[in-house]
Design a protein around this ligand. Structure first.
Ligand SMILES: *Cc1c(COP(=O)(O)O)cnc(C)c1O
Length: 393
């Protein structure tokens, strides 16, 4: 149902009647969950939290000093959105999208996904008692499909990359009148939920961070963060917004490339990355990328591409040094911050928030699947551990 502008094909945008919002007290008292800010979503009912809520949003903000020291940044925080109910930030848009679908009386939801959006859509559709139809590409890892299947969703695999799945789901949504929860900019109601990341950061920090680093496929999360901070500024809570850094894998980086070359976003051909979730070539909706790029520029930020190798290394660093286990599409934010620091784009004393978008439980890159070590008995175990403990650190 929700779709791009039928005349020009550009993303549509919700324009709230801000005069009707009472912002006093809205951003006080500490984070709880994303429904705290329901006055700023395009919804009319107040019952959604009790009907749909599973504790989405309100995720911890973690200061990571060891990682900060390693990459040469004094203050770096990680926003732990991998701890959302279905294991990714996609719960924020799916919850608002399903709430919207209920208000509109949609007969069901559909979602093209590289995995995480499917999990989120299936979760909230199950909660709402609506059927969910998921369209995945041949690149989607099977490990991301067990939860949606458990929630009762029907999963269809379309041959080709994400853009093919996107086109098929979009057509089916319009034909059948389903709410399209695909997390490009195709559903302007759903991604309003991503603004909650900004509202929570405002409550969790004593000042606006200099940088917010965002893993980007097509970019609605980045745009949501920007729009959330813009609303905070409109209401007079902040006087500046953070610079936004979009990070993409160098094997699929249509937005980062356009930023570097100063050109328009063009679809990526020959996707080559293990970073599931960021392998979106934007074929047929490159205007999504244009909107993301414009937002990056307006914020005074940058868009950069990093190698899969650096991304996997960033994931290992987070897991080993900070106890944070995320998927590569989340760890790429640290790889991006580190690369930007080395390039001198981030200063040592600037404050940085990296968004951790998805949990490591669901997916690791193929090479990262470990084999356990072998120990025949307790004696061998003790010997190995004794030696290790004495050398630890
Ligand atoms: C979807 C996804 C992204 C990309 O977000 P967009 O706002 O759709 O570009 C990043 N990380 C993870 C883990 C994701 O699932």
């Amino acid at each position: 149902m929700p779709d791009y502008c039928w005349r020009c094909g550009s993303p549509l945008e919700v324009d709230l009647d801000y005069g009707k919002v009472r912002p006093e007290g809205l951003f006080e008292g500490g984070v709880t969950n994303m429904w705290k800010y329901r006055a700023l979503y395009p919804l009319s009912s107040h019952r959604h939290e009790s009907e749909l809520g599973l504790g989405e949003g309100g995720t911890p903000l973690v200061l990571a000093s060891k990682v900060g020291r390693k990459i040469g940044v004094e203050k770096i925080w990680f926003k732990s959105d991998h701890l959302n109910p279905s294991g990714s930030f996609k719960d924020r848009s799916a919850a608002v999208g399903v709430a919207w679908a209920l208000e509109q009386g949609c007969p069901g939801v559909i979602c093209a996904s590289s995995g995480n959006a499917a999990g989120a859509a299936a979760t909230y559709a199950a909660r709402a008692g609506l059927p969910a139809y998921l369209v995945v590409s041949s690149r989607t890892p099977k490990s991301k499909l067990s939860a949606p299947t458990a929630h009762g969703a029907r999963v269809f695999r379309v041959t080709g990359d994400f853009s093919r799945a996107f086109a098929a789901a979009r057509e089916a949504a319009l034909e059948v009148g389903l709410a399209n929860l695909t997390t490009t900019y195709v559903n302007c109601y759903a991604w309003e939920g991503n603004k909650s990341v900004a509202f929570e950061l405002y409550e969790q920090m004593d000042q606006t961070p200099d940088w917010v680093v965002v893993p980007v496929g097509s970019g609605p999360l980045l745009y949501g963060v920007w729009k959330g901070f813009e609303e905070l500024r409109r209401f007079g809570f902040v006087d500046r917004t953070p610079r936004l850094m979009a990070v993409q894998p160098d094997g699929c980086a249509p937005i980062a490339r356009a930023f570097e070359t100063g050109t328009d976003v063009v679809p990526w051909s020959g996707v080559d990355t293990v970073v599931s979730g960021l392998d979106d070539p934007l074929q047929g909706y490159e205007r999504d990328g244009t909107l993301t790029l414009r937002t990056v520029r307006e914020s005074g930020g940058i868009a950069i591409a990093v190698s899969d190798e650096d991304t996997l290394e960033a994931g290992r660093l987070l897991a080993r040094d900070e106890g944070i286990f995320v998927e590569p599409a989340a760890a790429i934010s640290l790889a991006g911050a580190s690369a930007a620091r080395q390039l001198g784009r981030i200063d040592e004393s600037e404050t940085v928030v990296c968004l951790l978008t998805g949990h490591g439980f669901k997916y690791q890159a193929p090479k990262a699947e470990p084999e356990p070590e072998f120990a025949t008995d307790a004696a061998e175990l003790v010997r190995a551990i004794r030696h290790d403990v004495s050398e630890y650190g």
